[in-house]
Design a protein around this ligand. Structure first.
Ligand SMILES: Cc1cc2nc3c(=O)[nH]c(=O)nc-3n(C[C@H](O)[C@H](O)[C@H](O)COP(=O)(O)OP(=O)(O)OC[C@H]3O[C@@H](n4cnc5c(N)ncnc54)[C@H](O)[C@@H]3O)c2cc1C
Length: 419
């Protein structure tokens, strides 16, 4: 009832200060080179701008590496949250610079939690070293994938191998030439109990039958690492590639998405802060009707509302992170669900106001606002749409033991007194 958050460790404070300096000295100055490379390479190009590898080397030198994983960094989730938030100010560069980018972080967490020693040596080690990238393949175009039990991809055992057939889409990261491995979710036993039908299998991207066909744009923008439609046709991998146990895919997906979701919302807060900072500076510089826009009470109100929404969203995110640290992912799942709904909503509403204040410029790509809007609007769908989280939350509330045994309604009581 009265959460008393532990003070951050010296290491957490040091890392936070180092991240602030890294953002100022390296990341923001690198944004122009990143955008210019992508612009010149063209829409269909998914190679990483060289400035990314430069930033990775610099971040590593500063000790800013793999901070998302407590066993690597020594940081709690609550300590990581403000650092992840800083990275979200430059979401296309900073998370990857410190090797804390989705979807690799979720995949690394999975491999760390349930990978065998051999799987960890082959895939986790190069991912932690930032040498390769990875993707997570669950969603399918043919079925409502917000309900993961619908997944139709078949994983059929044939001797010492699995044979995989299915079609996936929205597979983030699969267009990046550095992506070497997919974690594929499919059905190993369609006759088992609903939540025991699925398994996760490690599939190297160069396995025959893996066909990365196209990358889907998010509101018209192609992300560098892409979100791909992938056809899997008679893909054969050894049975030792199963991640965790056969039939354990659903439980593993829940384990993967818990920390992944909260890391997304931590970074989203940084984007919200950037949009608010842009709103403030625009309001002070731009003049209309005899003075700066910041003189207008409607503008002031929007700035103030934005601050309130971001603080509320951050409080929820940090509380969820604290419960992950103190009681584990399972105990925190409802708070994570609440943060996964509240934070992208708050951030899209702040970005929307910032776009409005920038007038026509706000809807062009001459500011990052349009891209930020698209990404955070999409966040209300990926990692489970809002409605799925709201359903989970409502179920928990409906099952909650009431704190007080309340009397019948006041109206009924007053009638009893009158009689
Ligand atoms: C940018 C982006 C990146 C993504 N990256 C990945 C990735 O790397 N790997 C991967 O596997 N997937 C990825 N996805 C897919 C994403 O996780 C799915 O789109 C999401 O889970 C929803 O599934 P669906 O698209 O099949 O929608 P559906 O399941 O068809 O749902 C459609 C809509 O139905 C409504 N709905 C669903 N459930 C309920 C409910 N219980 N109550 C009321 N309404 C409901 C919601 O409005 C929902 O948006 C990504 C998606 C995007 C947009």
């Amino acid at each position: 009832m009265y959460p008393a958050y532990p003070a951050p460790s010296d290491a957490a404070v040091r890392h936070h200060e180092a991240m602030l300096a890294f953002m100022r000295e390296e990341v923001f100055p690198a944004e122009a080179a990143y955008e210019s490379y992508r612009h010149q390479a063209g829409e269909g190009d998914h190679t990483a701008p060289p400035v990314i590898e430069d930033l990775k080397a610099k971040a590593r030198e500063r000790g800013l590496w793999n901070l998302f994983l407590p066993s690597e960094s020594g940081l709690t989730q609550l300590e990581y949250a403000p650092i992840a938030e800083l990275s979200g100010w430059s979401n296309e560069l900073a998370p990857e610079a410190i090797n804390c980018q989705a979807p690799d972080t979720g995949n690394m967490e999975l491999l760390h939690l349930i990978g065998t020693e051999a799987q960890q040596a082959e895939w986790l080690a190069p991912l932690l070293a930032g040498e390769i990238r990875s993707a997570f393949a669950m969603t399918e175009p043919r079925v409502a994938s917000s309900d993961a039990t619908n997944v139709e991809t078949r994983i059929v055992r044939d001797g010492d191998e699995y044979v995989i057939n299915g079609r996936k889409w929205w597979i983030s990261g699969a267009a990046d030439p550095r992506c070497r491995v997919l974690i594929v979710m499919g059905k190993t036993d369609p006759d088992a109990e609903t939540h025991r039908q699925q398994s996760m299998v490690i599939v190297p991207v160069d396995t025959p039958g893996v066909d990365v066909q196209r990358s889907l744009p998010v509101f018209g923008r192609q992300d560098q690492h892409g979100h791909c439609e992938v056809q899997l046709s008679d893909v054969r991998v050894p049975v030792t590639n199963v991640l965790g146990e056969e039939g354990g895919g659903f439980a593993a997906a829940q384990a993967r998405l818990g920390p992944g979701r909260i890391h997304h919302v931590m970074r989203a807060l940084g984007a919200g802060e950037r949009a608010l900072a842009m709103m403030v500076s625009r309001a002070q510089e731009r003049r209309a009707f005899g003075g700066p826009l910041s003189d207008q009470s409607a503008v002031r109100e929007r700035i103030a509302e934005s601050r309130i929404e971001l603080e509320q969203a951050r409080a929820l995110c940090h509380h969820a992170a604290f419960v992950v640290d103190s009681e584990g992912n399972k105990a925190a799942r409802h708070l994570i669900a609440a943060a996964k709904v509240a934070v992208p909503r708050a951030v899209t509403s702040v970005v929307d106001r910032a776009i409005q204040l920038h007038g026509g410029a706000g809807v062009t790509d001459s500011t990052p606002l349009a891209m930020m809007y698209g990404w955070h609007r999409a966040m209300r769908i990926f990692d489970g749409p809002d409605e799925a989280h709201l359903t989970t939350l409502a179920r928990a509330e409906l099952g909650r033991e009431p704190l007080f045994d309340l009397p019948p309604s006041i109206f009924d009581q007053s009638r009893t007194v009158e009689q």
